[in-house]
Design a protein around this ligand. Structure first.
Ligand SMILES: *Cc1c(COP(=O)(O)O)cnc(C)c1O
Length: 424
């Protein structure tokens, strides 16, 4: 499609947008009486209007039923989490038994590493991406230290080539091959949080397995954003947070995937708790642990229902819309944002650089822009003028035009504000 940098054209795209009424389903912060232009759904998704109903329901059930709410609530609490299995499995491309909700993201990755990072004196190395999200880096370091290895030796980071912004798949594959029989685990992001680069998880998983390693993914920026086929790709395990693209609220519960091939392996070590115990016998309070044969078997505690309520509201919305529809709009609105950025760049003779891959297969709903020479004051200008973005050192602003609630008109209006910001 040939895009135009005009209000009329943007409004025409909005009029044709099949998801346009979903914008009304979200609550936008206001700036001078108007909705802000919200680009930070990759950090904290907006609140859906229906979420409050889900939370109120739990509050009312708690008030009216107290402990009996476990069984007599509108949605009983004892199996509340089971309502996630179907819709979540569609979002990440899994079987219902392969997904669960619990804890928070880094906690879950640690717990999954208890099962899936089992180093031996010969095979103990972890392959990950250079400049992974800091929490992941601390996790890798503390895990290898916990097992008695040195981070410098045991953690192998795949680096970008000199002068390049993104990691090449061929470099990942070569390194996996090289580390070979010393490789215990490949644990990569699905989408890099800084550049927005999408990794080829299918190929990485194949290569990791060929080297005899376990393969897992941190899907913080991937869940609810890209097409995932975790089961078919034969990924061993994965986890994601729900507060970014999944709109479940600040710091909210995580989701996990454990491939079915591991469900009956009772030799896998894990940190156990009563909620991972055989459901039929959970309340018999037996002394020995008999894990559920599924991702639920990794649960430890009974679930925080007040956290799950907004997550369930969010997951229902994904189920209504479907990932394929979200992804078609995502591709078009991201392409439109890219067009607007390039138009403004030409008009103001600026020199900013989009460091996210231009190839649609390698990017999703985020453009990271390196502002040579502009930087921080420009970011402050945008924020003051109702454009909510986020700043990353040294000079990068990330823009995520989330298809659920961003409009094409937002992209156009943003372009005008950006232009004024650079010229001012
Ligand atoms: C957002 C994010 C996290 C956050 O971890 P929490 O445990 O939810 O605080 C971790 N890893 C990646 C890659 C992220 O993008």
């Amino acid at each position: 499609m040939i895009f135009q940098n005009s209000l009329a054209f943007a409004q025409q795209l909005d009029a044709q947008d099949e998801l346009k009424h979903y914008r009304e389903e979200f609550i936008f912060p206001q700036h001078e009486g108007k909705n802000v232009i919200y680009f930070t759904g990759n950090s904290l998704g907006l609140q859906p209007k229906r979420t409050k109903k889900f939370v109120d329901e739990v509050m009312n059930d708690w008030a009216n039923h107290a402990v009996e709410g476990h069984f007599y609530a509108e949605r009983p609490w004892w199996d509340y989490h089971e309502r996630f299995a179907k819709p979540l499995s569609k979002i990440v491309g899994a079987k219902s038994s392969e997904v669960t909700v619990m804890n928070t993201l880094t906690v879950n990755l640690h717990l999954l590493m208890v099962s899936f990072y089992r180093p031996t004196s010969k095979r103990y190395k972890i392959i990950c991406e250079e400049k992974a999200f800091p929490s992941d880096q601390y996790m890798f370091q503390s895990q290898v230290n916990f097992h008695g290895y040195k981070a410098e030796d045991a953690i192998v980071e795949i680096k970008r080539r000199e002068g390049e912004n993104n990691i090449r798949l061929e470099d990942i594959l070569t390194k996996i091959d090289e580390v070979g029989d010393e490789l215990a685990l490949v644990l990569f992001g699905g989408v890099n949080y800084y550049t927005g680069q999408v990794f080829d998880m299918k190929t990485i998983t194949e290569a990791g397995h060929k080297a005899g390693a376990v393969v897992g993914f941190d899907l913080a920026h991937a869940a609810g954003n890209i097409k995932l086929e975790l089961h078919d790709w034969n990924v061993d395990f994965a986890a994601w947070c729900s507060y970014k693209y999944m709109n479940s609220g600040p710091g909210n519960a995580s989701g996990c995937f454990v491939h079915e091939k591991h469900h009956f392996n009772n030799d896998l070590p894990r940190f156990a708790g009563w909620w991972g115990h055989n459901k039929e016998r959970r309340f018999k309070m037996e002394p020995s642990f008999d894990p559920v044969h599924g991702a639920d078997g990794w649960q430890i505690s009974n679930l925080p229902i007040l956290s799950l309520a907004p997550y369930l509201a969010a997951v229902e919305m994904f189920d209504e819309v479907g990932m394929d529809n979200l992804i078609s709009k995502r591709n078009q609105i991201t392409a439109y944002l890219e067009f607007i950025l390039r138009e403004i760049d030409k008009q103001v003779n600026s020199t900013f650089e989009i460091i996210t891959p231009t190839n649609q297969e390698e990017r999703a709903c985020q453009l990271s822009v390196f502002f040579h020479g502009e930087g921080r004051p420009l970011f402050d200008y945008l924020m003051k003028n109702g454009v909510i973005t986020d700043w990353r050192e040294p000079n990068v602003i990330r823009f995520a035009p989330v298809p659920f609630y961003c409009s094409y008109e937002d992209m156009y209006r943003f372009g005008q504000i950006l232009k004024q910001g650079i010229l001012s």
